[in-house]
Ligand binder design. Structure first.
Ligand code: GDP
Ligand code: MG
Length: 167
């Protein structure tokens, strides 16, 4: 099997961290500041029975008015067409207007969208996490919602599994 997967989400949710973890080396720059990823970066995961080609997109930005942000946004949108699956990443317990903007871009998307609720390693109160997951489920017809951590590798095996199934 071979599939194309786009990773989208607002800046700083952990897109590049996820790509690096899946690919197994530092292909995409990680930083605590937004706009570290300025073009779509591809990473390939090859196993005996499948190959997944990932695209790490620049975050979709709210301030689309300046030239850099306009370019970043169009790169991110172009990456949503003709893919087999999309991974949207959000931060656990932290939903912002920029996440809302990312959702808007998914309106006419045909590929299945998987939601990674990232950075759960930071969350102590599991009950609050559960209600956050419920809130996420109401926002979009996600194929599956996966709470996990790109940094710590929590549930990322499950994510790979569903992506292989979708490809
Ligand atoms: P991007 O802008 O979406 O590509 O986000 P990055 O991958 O550059 O990550 C932004 C920041 O979040 C970095 O400081 C990462 O180390 C941190 N980060 C990413 N994933 C996790 C996670 O699962 N847990 C925690 N605690 N931090 C994370
Ligand atoms: Mg990045």
């Amino acid at each position: 099997r071979c599939g194309y997967v786009s990773i989208i989400g607002r800046p700083n949710v952990g897109k590049s961290t996820l790509l690096n973890l899946l690919v197994g080396y530092k292909i995409s720059a990680i930083a605590n500041k937004p706009q570290t990823t300025r073009t779509n970066i591809r990473g390939i995961v090859t196993e005996d029975n499948y190959q997944l080609i990932f695209t790490d997109t620049p975050g979709i930005h709210q301030q689309g008015k300046n030239l850099l942000n306009m370019t970043l946004n169009s790169e991110a949108v172009a990456a949503l067409e003709s893919v087999d699956a999309i991974v949207m990443i959000v931060e656990a317990m932290k939903w912002t207007d920029e996440d809302e903007l990312v959702l808007k871009r998914l309106k006419h998307v045909k590929a299945p969208v998987f939601l990674l609720v990232n950075k759960v390693d930071r969350i102590q109160e599991k009950n609050r996490l559960f209600s956050y997951l419920e809130k996420m489920a109401a926002k979009y017809d996600f194929k599956e919602i996966i709470p996990g951590s790109a940094d710590k590798g929590i549930n990322t095996d499950r994510l790979l599994e569903v992506l292989v199934e979708a490809s």
